[in-house]
Design a binder for this molecule. Structure first.
Ligand SMILES: Cc1ncc(COP(=O)(O)O)c(C=O)c1O
Length: 392
């Protein structure tokens, strides 16, 4: 079977390596140095990306609260992070061409909310945002740019600059299925700060770390048992027993640091980020060749590093189920409601009328996998199944 999520990038060997990974303070230092070399400034490691994002928002707003522009199509943890920094999110509608806002949409939001202090540039699914125009607008209005690389680490903007090297502040997530994946983790990179940065010093509990160690093995078992209908029970029972915490369920805790062994795993991936980005782009190009009319803006363009390839279809449920019954699990969708997951959507008071594109597109999105264990033959098979049922 082919999986998009559920730890799909980990084969059995990688899951065992992850379970027994060890690290020392030197590994955390190596990761920090690698981030500084790549992005400049100073780097701080966190237990989760959302804590790094909250710290980023706090810095961008000088700890005084205020409004922060974020994508109208995003995940709940971004909202959580903004709120944890005592700020209010302003959802900016997206455009269909690249599933994120450009300068025009941001400018409209600024006209409406003149007091926006910062903007989170999400680089949706690894598609680089239109940064040059956004930067021009930010310079004109004094808004601070926070580059969010959760999906896009390793990608480049259209003008050749690497994502994460443009704004004053960059954040990364090393969470499950992200561009860099050590099951949990995050980093803040600050290039321009007046006051010394705060470094979290508390290690996550040993039970938390145990959970992070064994997640790829539980996910592997879930995938192996999926075809005989037992996989769901393995994952369900693991969640019930507290052995797995769903990724959206985590809190924002800026006091927790990244365990050294996870820093070691993240560092390995930072080292090979450019190669991994090129591979993802090549996979997107394969999908593009086979599914052109279903993709937003010609995927696989120079600079992209799609962590998933988005399809926009009228009959999402049918497509997901057609693929599911033929051995391709794509039911984990970023993002099937404007602020995902669905179970937290009601908490958000989403301005449906202000973001009509995000609302419409969220109902039509399907994501296709580009991780390291997807072959060209897989892409051909997936694309054939999509073509059999997809309607636009
Ligand atoms: C765009 C984006 N930014 C930030 C985050 C937060 O990352 P983390 O899950 O590591 O807290 C996520 C994922 O949850 C995300 O999708």
């Amino acid at each position: 079977m082919i999986f998009q999520a559920l730890g799909a990038r980990y084969g059995f060997g990688a899951a065992v390596k992850h379970a027994f990974a060890r690290g020392t303070e030197a590994d955390s230092e190596k990761l920090r140095q690698a981030l500084v070399k790549r992005y400049g400034g100073e780097a701080v490691l966190y237990q989760k990306g959302r804590a790094a994002l909250a710290a980023a928002v706090r810095l961008a707003t000088n700890g005084q609260g205020g409004k922060v522009a974020i994508s109208g199509l995003t995940c709940y943890s971004v909202v959580q992070a903004v709120e944890a920094a005592d700020c209010t999110p302003v959802f900016v509608d997206i455009r269909e061409s690249d599933l994120q806002f450009g300068a025009k949409e941001l400018e409209a939001a600024i006209k409406k909310h003149a007091d926006i202090k910062a903007v989170v540039v999400q680089n949706m699914l690894g598609i680089p945002a239109d940064i040059a125009a956004i930067q021009k607008l930010a310079d004109k209005t004094g808004i601070v740019i926070i580059e969010d690389l959760a999906h896009s680490a390793g990608a480049q903007y259209a003008d050749g600059r690497e994502v994460g090297t443009v704004g004053d502040i960059t954040m990364l997530s090393f969470g499950r299925d992200k561009a860099i994946d050590s099951v949990n983790g995050g980093a803040l990179v600050v290039r321009n700060h007046k006051n010394p940065l705060a470094f979290p010093v508390i290690m996550p509990s040993s039970s938390w770390q145990f959970r992070d160690h064994i997640y790829p093995l539980i996910a592997w078992l879930t995938r192996v048992l999926y075809p005989v209908k037992l996989g769901r029970y393995v994952m369900g029972a693991s969640i019930k027993a507290g052995l797995v915490v769903r990724s959206a369920d985590g809190e924002v805790d800026e006091t927790l640091c990244l365990p050294h062994w996870q820093a070691k795993l993240a560092h390995e991936q930072v080292t090979s980020l450019t190669t991994a980005a090129v591979r993802r782009r090549q996979k997107a190009q394969e999908y593009q060749a086979l599914l052109k009319y279903l993709l937003p803006n010609g995927m696989g363009q120079v600079g992209e590093a799609p962590v998933r390839v988005p399809l926009v279809v009228d009959n999402r449920d049918e497509v997901v189920s057609h693929l599911g019954t033929r051995g391709v699990q794509v039911n984990d969708i970023w993002y099937d409601v404007p602020v995902s997951p669905q179970r937290f959507y009601d908490r958000v008071h989403y301005p449906v009328g202000e973001c009509p594109n995000a609302v419409r597109i969220a109902a039509k999105l399907v994501n296709l996998p580009t991780h390291g264990r997807i072959s060209n033959a897989d892409i051909e098979y997936i694309s054939k199944l999509v073509r059999e049922v997809a309607r636009v």
